[in-house]
Unconditional design. Structure first.
Length: 326
C-alpha cells in the first residue's frame, strides 16, 4: 500500500509541474535584472532558452517544430525590467501576448522577433504594456518583427522608439481591436512592407522624426496589386476599413505608401492631404466618406503642373489620362 501511495504522490507532483503553464505556452515573467521562463511540458523539447535567468530573454523555437497536431506556441510576457528584452528565433508561426509587461532595452529592441512567419502580437484585455528601446543600428524597431505581424486584443501597447522606428514589420502589418500608442520615434512611427491594414482598434502616433506610417513594397519587387483577402499581397498599399487613427507632431508625411492609400471607413484624426502615394502602383486614393479630392501627376508619379505634357488627373472616383497641349 505504501508503495502505491508513493507512486500516486509522485504522479500528482509530476502532474502539477507539467501543468505549471498551459499546453503550448511559454510564460516569461520579468523582475528587474532577472526573468523566469516557464515552458509547457508538451513543447519543452522544441524550446531552447539561452537566457540563464537574465532579463535579456533569448529563446529559440526549433526548426523541427511544425505545429502538426500540437498547434502554434504562445509566448506570454509580464512583469517589469528596465534592462531587458524578448528575443525569439523560429521558423513556424507563433503568438506573443503582452500581459501588462513594462520592458526597456537600453541596447536594442525591447521585442525582437526573428521569425519570418505570421506573428500575432496581442495585448491582453484590460492590460497596458510599455516597450522602450535603445540605440542599435542593427535593428529597425523597438518592436521589430521579421515576419508578417497581426496586432490584436483588447488591451493597450505603448511604444517608444529611441533608435529607429517604433514598430517595424518586415512584411505586412494588420491592426484590429487593440490600442497602440506611439509617443516617440527617431524615424517612422510604423514602418512595414507589403501592405498595412487597420480594421479596428485605435492607433495614436505622435512625436516621430519622419513619417507617421510608411508602407513599402517588399524588396522593391513588382507589385501584385490588391489581392483577394490580401493573400500573398505585395502592393505597398495602405488600407483603413474601421477603427481610429490619429497622427500628430511628425516631421515627414502623415502616411507614405509605395502603393495606394485607401479609406473605406474608420475615423481619421490627421491631415488626410498630407500623404504620399506612388502613382507607379496605380493611383487610387479613395475617400468614401469624405469630400472628393483632385490631384494631377506626371507619368513618373510626381505632382504635375499645367506645363507638363502628359498628366494624370485623378479624383476619388476615377483616374483620367489626357494630353495637355501647351
Amino acid at each position: 500500500m505504501r508503495k502505491y501511495l508513493i507512486a500516486f504522490a509522485a504522479l500528482v507532483m509530476g502532474s502539477g509541474t507539467a501543468n505549471a503553464v498551459d499546453s503550448n505556452t511559454v510564460e516569461i515573467v520579468y523582475n528587474g535584472s532577472t526573468a523566469t521562463v516557464t515552458v509547457a511540458s508538451n513543447i519543452s523539447s522544441y524550446i531552447t532558452d539561452a537566457s540563464n535567468g537574465s532579463s535579456h530573454v533569448k529563446l529559440t523555437q526549433s526548426d523541427n517544430f511544425t505545429g502538426n497536431t500540437i498547434g502554434e506556441i504562445t509566448y506570454i510576457l509580464s512583469g517589469t525590467s528596465t534592462d531587458g528584452e524578448f528575443y525569439l528565433e523560429g521558423s513556424y508561426k507563433c503568438s506573443v501576448e503582452l500581459n501588462g509587461v513594462t520592458l526597456t532595452n537600453p541596447a536594442g529592441p525591447a521585442v525582437n522577433i526573428q521569425n519570418g512567419k505570421r506573428i500575432k502580437v496581442s495585448a491582453k484585455n484590460g492590460t497596458t504594456s510599455t516597450l522602450t528601446d535603445g540605440q542599435n543600428d542593427n535593428y529597425n524597431g523597438c518592436l521589430h518583427s521579421k515576419g508578417h505581424t497581426e496586432f490584436k486584443g483588447k488591451g493597450t501597447i505603448n511604444v517608444v522608439g529611441n533608435s529607429k522606428h517604433a514598430i517595424y514589420s518586415k512584411e505586412y502589418m494588420q491592426v484590429k481591436n487593440l490600442t497602440i500608442n506611439i509617443t516617440a520615434a527617431q524615424k517612422d512611427g510604423i514602418h512595414c512592407k507589403e501592405y498595412f491594414l487597420i480594421e479596428g482598434g485605435s492607433v495614436n502616433i505622435s512625436g516621430v522624426a519622419d513619417d507617421g506610417i510608411q508602407v513599402e513594397l517588399d524588396n522593391g519587387s513588382a507589385t501584385t496589386g490588391t489581392t483577394s483577402d490580401h493573400e500573398d499581397e505585395n502592393s505597398g498599399n495602405f488600407y483603413m476599413t474601421d477603427g481610429s487613427l490619429a497622427i500628430s507632431n511628425y516631421s515627414g508625411k502623415a502616411i507614405k505608401a509605395d502603393g495606394s492609400i485607401k479609406y473605406n471607413g474608420g475615423t481619421r484624426n490627421y491631415d488626410t492631404s498630407d500623404v504620399t502615394e506612388n502613382a507607379a502602383s496605380g493611383i487610387s486614393h479613395t475617400q468614401n466618406d469624405v469630400e472628393a479630392i483632385t490631384r494631377r501627376y506626371n507619368l513618373q508619379g510626381r505632382s504635375a503642373t499645367t506645363g507638363t505634357s502628359v498628366i494624370i488627373e485623378k479624383n476619388s472616383k476615377r483616374t483620367i489620362k489626357k494630353l495637355n497641349r501647351k
